[in-house]
Design a binder for this molecule. Structure first.
Ligand code: SF4
Ligand code: SF4
Length: 383
């Protein structure tokens, strides 16, 4: 899959018929027919980060998921053999998922198309075939036991990894509050991104579709703004797909550390390498807004001894940090629940952060349901 092509299909709106046709066209471009056999248990893995309506552009749009279901059905897969599964941020329980399925529009699509919504909250310890950082992962059961996994990600920026696309979408195959443990185990962005590539090699989705009709720019993956990008994309390789997404959002491939790690492992070409695109022309948005977080790439470009000396200084003076807007905060505790460093507590109904222990993973910013956690830029960058 090193040089798998990326299919591109322009689509301006999520009109049901047009979306279904666009997904079907992409299915042909990536040869989905060759991968599917009747009787297979197929899992569709969208991005359902949190309880948000489709127009908020935080989650995969339900019409894209409907298109994928209909494509699978047209290839002979029974509706009863298709399950939609994801482990969003926060708790991985029936109560948490039930609300997310309803608000994101997944429940309506699943009921109308006759497929299952995952209601199993167990996981299966699964070995990574070629580990670099992480040898095994607890993978949510439907994904671990599926014959075929179809990932349907959403194009968004990401405060920590830069890009939320094909590779990052698979972090949602780790159950609930186990996810913050990985931030704690791999606080350095480079290690965390190597872990994500290990995870990607463990899950190995057969095809990754990307909903880039309306994307998220700025402080993604949950506090950014909608940007109309007018495309659906698909590839058999999540790395190739992310290389294409990098171009769409005007980022250098080297800036996205999951792709740097994948390139080092020989899983995809570097930024200058060929990227086979099929279908429509790829739209590029050079002014796609970046997250406010300062990249620690600044530090990783220094020689190792200087990194050691410089990290505390950078953490103190140069790294952006989460900041609670106490006027907005309602004290729900979702940030504290997601904080791998356990450095947030609720006091008098408001969240408080002890910044001395913060590892700048931005999970709290990602999981606050009402955007009450902003990113405070470092002091020098504000000068
Ligand atoms: S900052 Fe957001 S997530 Fe944290 S307690 Fe306040 S409202 Fe809830
Ligand atoms: S306070 Fe926020 S950014 Fe800091 S460690 Fe906790 S979740 Fe991560």
């Amino acid at each position: 899959m090193f040089d798998a092509p990326v299919g591109v299909c322009r689509l301006e709106r999520y009109l049901p018929d047009e979306t279904e046709q666009a997904v079907a066209r992409l299915g042909e471009m990536v040869g989905l027919k060759e991968l599917v056999r009747p009787g297979m248990r197929v899992v569709i893995k969208p991005n359902l980060l949190m309880k948000r309506r489709p127009e908020e552009t935080t989650t995969t749009h339900p019409e894209v998921v409907r298109g994928v279901i209909r494509l699978l059905r047209s290839l002979g897969v029974e509706a009863g053999d298709i399950t939609l599964a994801d482990s969003p941020g926060g708790l991985y329980t029936h109560a948490a998922l039930s609300g997310i399925y309803t608000v994101t529009g997944m429940r309506a699509v699943a009921e109308e198309e006759g497929i299952h919504l995952n209601d199993d909250y167990t996981s299966v310890e699964t070995a990574c075939p070629s580990p670099v950082r992480c040898h095994t992962f607890p993978i949510i059961r439907p994904v671990a036991e599926a014959d075929l996994v179809i990932s349907v990600c959403k194009l968004k920026t990401h405060c920590m990894t830069g890009l939320s696309g094909g590779v990052k979408n698979l972090f949602g195959t780790i159950p609930g509050l186990t996810k913050p443990d990985y931030h704690w185990r791999y606080p350095k962005k480079e290690d965390f991104c190597q872990m994500l590539v290990d995870l990607c090699e463990t899950v190995r989705p057969a095809v990754t579709f990307c909903d880039a009709v309306e994307s998220m720019e700025g402080d993604g993956p949950s506090s950014g703004s909608c940007r109309k990008t007018g495309m659906l994309l698909a590839s058999r390789s999540p790395y190739q797909l992310d290389r294409a997404l990098c171009r769409v959002i005007g980022r250098e491939q080297q800036e996205i550390l999951t792709l740097k790690a994948a390139e080092e492992r020989g899983l995809c070409a570097g930024g200058d390498g060929e990227l086979p695109l099929v279908g429509d022309e790829l739209a590029v948005f050079a002014d796609f807004a970046r997250p406010q977080t300062m990249s620690t790439d600044f530090l990783s470009k220094l020689p190792h001894p200087l990194q050691k000396i410089g990290r505390p200084l950078v953490n103190r003076f140069l790294t952006s940090r989460p900041q609670i807007d106490t006027a907005r905060c309602v004290g729900c505790g979702k940030c504290a629940e997601s904080c791998p460093a356990h450095t947030i507590h609720i006091e008098n109904g408001k969240a408080r952060i002890d910044h001395s222990k913060c590892i700048r993973c931005y999970c709290c910013h990602e999981m606050c349901p009402i955007h009450a956690i902003g990113i405070r830029q470092n002091r020098l960058l504000r000068l």
